[in-house]
Design a protein around this ligand. Sequence first.
Ligand code: SF4
Length: 379
Amino acid sequence: MKYIEEFQDPQLARRLLDEIHATVTRPWALMEVCGGQTHSIIRHGIDQLLPEQLELIHGPGCPVCVTPLEMIDKALEIAARPGVIFCSFGDMLRVPGTGRDLFQVRAAGGDVRVVYSPLDALRVAQDNPGSEVVFFGIGFETTAPPNAMTVHQASRLGIRNFSLLVSHVRVPPAIEAIMRSPDCRVDAFLAAGHVCSVMGVGEYPALADTFRVPIVVTGFEPLDILEGVRRAVRQLENGEHRVENGYARAVRDEGNAAAKEMIADIFEVTDRAWRGIGVIPGSGWRLAPRYREFDAEDRFDVGDITTSEPAECRSGEVLQGLLKPHQCEAFGTTCTPRNPLGATMVSSEGACAAYYLYRRLGGTRATATSPTVEATPVG
Ligand code: SF4
């Protein structure tokens, strides 16, 4: 498939790995921000092929994982109400709230539906004028444009029985919070390519300057990730801290102007809680005042629900790169993808689920010589 297979080429991977090995002279810790990158790194064994001094830390980049427990509980409360049709992407249905999940609400008679786009939920609202239809709008800058477009359409078409339960988060404030943490071990970031394809790179130079940290916009295929690592370690070894675009086939510096305009029209920046991390100032979006009538939290009066994370789950430490999933005592015992204790074990992009799926049970590094796309070492 074009733009995928050529970015899994084993010979090119070998060359990039050789260059990385030749460049690294001391220990460095790189954080990949996106859960899709984490999944790709673990799936292809990329972390095990890097120099031993180079550590990849899995950051808070999985949208399901960072959605706070209290937002899940608000979703459960709304979905259980009579007359409500609650629409969501499928991966949110298994995320455990306090004592139940959306599947259990559905089993108890709630009308919970999986949709593939927020616009599908809007059609459900048009088809069911006697019901209140709610879409669970979570995620990063990547899912904000279609959610914003849906509210725009609901407003334009006068569809008043539709609302959005909003839990959007923004990457740059999270990078700032990570860098300001006293426990921070991150020397460089692999920024999420799909986020930058929407927002551009304009928010990153100030972060790179302030924290003297290289930031490399990185894609998701093995060669993309190796190229991001190569650029990051080259900067680190040279004492540089710039923003580089290593994903130019998808990311323009200015991003997607139409998507940014839509976001700016529908949303406003707000403080937002991140699961296991806490509130990060300015790290989210909520509906702007002129669209607040479409806010499900207001409409169903669930703004006061507060909950606390289960003490056993250490996903907050996992999401900050302070703990590897297999170092959590519950990993693979009381917490598995079938019976997840925390969101990082639910989502396919979650670090705990990736470690479980690819049998990263701790300890040994791989002895292979290139990613699992299968190597033919260059001679
Ligand atoms: S293994 Fe389970 S309990 Fe431990 S941090 Fe991950 S999700 Fe939480």
